[in-house]
Design a protein around this ligand. Structure first.
Ligand code: MN
Length: 244
């Protein structure tokens, strides 16, 4: 099965193998009733990538349900990501077939009038408000670091070879150290979490137009995946959309 879909109140998600990969090493899991959403992109080839991303999404959702009190949320998220990092390293060290496996992660938790967003790697979070799309996360890869240093442009980064060198992951042999942020949440907002199988094919303007045009999260997910596949589908594609 290359495709897996799900939905809950105000939310939908879809993961698709794409056109070229023989397996889907992305993973997605959520608890919409408690507003916990997680997307991950496994690295390390089969069976490692698939195992690492699945451990990440399942462990993180389980660790955040029940949700801690608001003041404890960031600490709990950081601790949970640390536990996932250790679990993936431990599992990888115990089984040669899983050696060196790792995964990106991007996670969103609803906390009253805010989203708490955490990420490591090049999976992204975006926020659409009043028809304008804002990218919330900075990719942890070599191309994005060159943009931050002013050495290449954002447009050049889209096709730069450094895009494929992820500098932070859970597991593997990189630091896991996630970025955490708190983002204001307003009624009418639309949140997107996605893997690079989407953003390697669609630029932010295309994503903005599509998210602004579609009626609900389900339609957004189906259209985003269809467009990424129309654009070649070079990688696994995962999208998760939440309407506030
Ligand atoms: Mn990918």
């Amino acid at each position: 099965m290359g495709t897996m879909a799900g939905r809950g109140p105000g939310a939908a998600w879809l993961t698709d193998r794409g056109r070229w990969r023989r397996s889907n090493e992305d993973a997605v899991d959520a608890d919409p009733a408690r507003e916990v959403y997680v997307v991950a992109d496994g690295l390390g080839g089969l069976p490692g990538g698939e195992t690492a991303s699945r451990i990440a999404v399942e462990t993180l959702v389980a660790a955040l349900v029940p949700l801690p009190r608001d003041g404890m949320l960031e600490g709990r998220i950081r601790a949970a990501i640390g536990e996932v990092d250790s679990a993936i390293r431990r599992t990888g060290a115990a089984d040669p077939r899983l050696s060196g496996m790792g995964t990106t992660v991007v996670l969103a938790v609803g906390a009253g009038t805010a989203w708490v967003i955490a990420h490591a790697g090049d999976s992204r979070a975006y926020l659409l408000r009043d028809g304008r799309l804002r990218r919330l996360t900075t990719d942890h890869n070599v191309a994005a670091e060159l943009v931050v240093q002013g050495r290449i442009s954002e447009a050049e980064a889209q096709h730069h070879p450094g895009r494929n060198i992820v500098t932070r992951t859970l597991g593997a042999n990189t630091p896991s150290d996630p970025d955490l942020q708190r983002v204001e949440r307003l009624p009418g907002d639309r949140l997107l979490l996605c893997t690079d199988g989407l953003t390697a094919v669609l630029d932010d303007r295309m994503i903005e137009r599509l998210l602004d045009r579609m009626a609900g999260p389900d339609a957004c997910c189906r259209e985003l995946v269809a467009l990424a596949n129309d654009g070649g589908g070079p990688d696994n594609i995962t999208v998760l959309v939440v309407d506030v």
